[in-house]
Design a binder for this molecule. Structure first.
Ligand code: KG4
Ligand code: ZN
Length: 336
């Protein structure tokens, strides 16, 4: 299966066997072109993707040691995401499917983030009834969602963010602290030298009875804290401590809500996915708290947390629903 992913600034293509074995995984990113703006400029992202998509797909096929004719099917992210970026992947894969007469499977990007786990954790039992339901926490630049999976393709959305996504909050707070884009890895880096108890920040919606999140108030709390510090620019220890305090507030909320859902729905496995799932504090703290409840937390390898084609191929293998090319479109606002 070839998986192609172009929903944001990355152009990913990968060849995956049986949904679990990555034969190649190539990702080109235009992130350096967006850095001076502090966020993605959609027009720039799509123009770069048009330049590299064929090269990236060719490279993925070459590295896998196969020919395009050897593929059984093609998978592509159809949404959600930036419309110009999605169109590049969708139209390229439709064209390849038509030329080489291969089935085309459109995939929801968020399902892809869940299936990133299947590429990494060989102990994930595929489709055995006793292993379901599983709970997925998808935390990325655009999404924060809790999803109950009762089987492949049988998903129930439990809740999500009411405003900023977790990754978006990391990116915005990083910008306030003068750190570069994308902010998540930068906050994690400086937080390692910081004291997470120095600044008292809110834990929004941590104890509400639903499974929703809200991170925009937390960002505002960081703004207010920075405004209250009269000495500018911020000293290194203040940046480190603010980053650590902010990161801990996000992790506290994500862990609390996820474990509450795990308990309510009696799951034995939690799957993390999305760029923020690369955060080592989140990975460690959610794993150790869940362990105390007898729940296992699975995390994708870091390379599969960020956007990539392999997770799209895996999702398509386990949810094999090909569509005629005429019916496949970019769907920027696709729901889970
Ligand atoms: O899944 P992803 O690559 O793209 C989307 O689908 O949005 O996620 C990107 C997001 C960015 O907001 C980035 O700051 C965040 O993931 N991120 C992190 C870390 N690595 C990436 N957030 C916290 N800690 C990290 N180590
Ligand atoms: Zn993503």
């Amino acid at each position: 299966m070839l998986g192609v992913e172009t929903s944001c600034d990355e152009t990913g293509a990968a060849v995956v066997e049986n949904g679990i074995k990555t034969l190649s995984n190539v990702v080109a990113s235009s992130v350096s072109l967006h850095q001076k703006f502090g966020g993605i400029i959609p027009e720039i992202a799509a123009r770069e993707q048009i330049k590299v998509i064929i090269l990236v797909i060719e490279e993925a096929i070459n590295r896998a040691g196969i020919k395009i004719q050897d593929l059984d099917a093609l998978a592509v992210t159809s949404g959600p995401g930036l419309v110009g970026s999605l169109l590049v992947g969708v139209e390229t894969v439709k064209t390849l499917g038509l030329i080489f007469n291969k089935p085309i499977v459109p995939i929801n990007h968020l399902h892809g983030h869940i299936y990133a786990n299947f590429l990494t954790n060989s102990n994930l039992n595929h489709g055995l009834e006793k292993d379901w339901p599983k709970l997925a926490l998808i935390v990325s630049g655009g999404h924060t969602d809790l999803v109950l999976a009762r089987g492949h393709g049988r998903y129930k959305w439990l809740g999500g963010t009411r405003d900023d996504a977790a990754g978006e909050a990391f990116d915005k707070v990083a910008r306030l602290l003068g750190l570069s884009y994308p902010g998540g890895p930068q906050i994690e880096r400086v937080a390692k030298n910081g004291d997470s108890n120095r600044f008292l920040l809110p834990r929004p919606m941590k104890n509400t009875p639903d499974f929703d999140f809200s991170f925009s108030g937390l960002k505002t709390a960081v703004v207010n804290l920075i405004n209250s510090i009269s000495h500018k620019p911020l000293a290194a220890d203040q940046i480190n401590d603010l980053a650590a305090s902010f990161q801990q507030a996000v992790v506290d909320v994500l862990v609390a809500k996820t474990l509450k859902a795990a308990k309510k729905y009696q799951v034995r496995q939690i799957l993390l996915g999305g760029g923020v799932a690369a955060n080592s504090e989140l990975r460690e703290q959610i794993s150790s708290s869940a362990k105390k409840m007898g729940v296992e937390v699975l995390t994708p390898a870091i390379e599969y947390c960020i956007d990539n084609g392999a997770m799209i191929a895996s999702a398509a293998y386990f949810n094999f629903k090909p569509f005629p090319y005429q019916k496949i479109n970019a769907q920027p606002g696709l729901y889970l």
